[in-house]
Design a protein around this ligand. Structure first.
Ligand SMILES: Cc1cc2nc3c(=O)[nH]c(=O)nc-3n(C[C@H](O)[C@H](O)[C@H](O)COP(=O)(O)O)c2cc1C
Length: 176
């Protein structure tokens, strides 16, 4: 899609409508069970940034691309510009408290959180099931969110029971 086509699609598709009840929309979207990630990035003031996000999805295998979206009201929107580094930390079932910690505005979200920092200054959370170290390759404001597409530069995984999010609450896989 060219930029001008995208602009037209945006105008047509994202015109506010009162035909859809927002609560019903949330409830219906919540039926789609997801995993839970914390997106991390180096902050502008040297303080690391972490945001709990379940909008994460794979986009392409070749080249390796992933996507997620960030609410435009977030104070961290300015960090996700083309070329900037970030990481997706895929959480395990034992990470529910961590997911809540990174979902609340706090002066220091990394308090008591164990992490390493990669060569680009991106925090990688210890004990996460997987890390995808990325570079922002494309962004687009759509509706009330910023769509962020990242190129995956490095990966690591240590699978365990996943943390899930379903119908507005955390969930776990039932194992036999
Ligand atoms: C399970 C879960 C998933 C979330 N997914 C997203 C998401 O995909 N995008 C987003 O912008 N906020 C999401 N949030 C809300 C953010 O984590 C929350 O607003 C956070 O405080 C944003 O951090 P910031 O304001 O420091 O940028 C999610 C929250 C939870 C609990």
């Amino acid at each position: 899609m060219t930029t001008s086509n995208l602009a037209v699609a945006e105008r047509d598709t994202f015109t506010p409508t009162n035909e859809i009840d927002p609560r019903e929309l949330r409830n219906t979207l919540g039926l789609f069970a997801t995993g839970v990630t914390v997106v991390t990035a180096p902050g502008l003031d040297g303080k690391p940034v972490g945001i709990t996000a379940n909008s994460f999805s794979s986009l392409s295998l070749d080249p390796p691309l992933v996507l997620w979206s960030l609410a435009l009201k977030s104070s961290n929107v300015g960090l996700f510009k083309e070329g900037n580094p970030f990481a997706i930390n895929i959480l395990g079932a034992h990470h529910q408290e961590l997911a809540l910690q990174f979902a609340r505005p706090m002066p220091d979200k990394f308090q008591d959180v164990e992490f390493e920092t990669n060569t680009h200054g991106v925090p990688l959370l210890k004990g996460a099931q997987g890390h995808l170290e990325c570079t922002v390759s494309f962004t687009q404001e759509l509706g009330d969110h910023l769509l962020i597409v990242g190129r995956v530069d490095a990966i690591a995984s240590e699978p365990c029971d996943p943390l899930l999010f379903y119908r507005g609450t955390f969930a776990r896989l039932l194992s036999e």
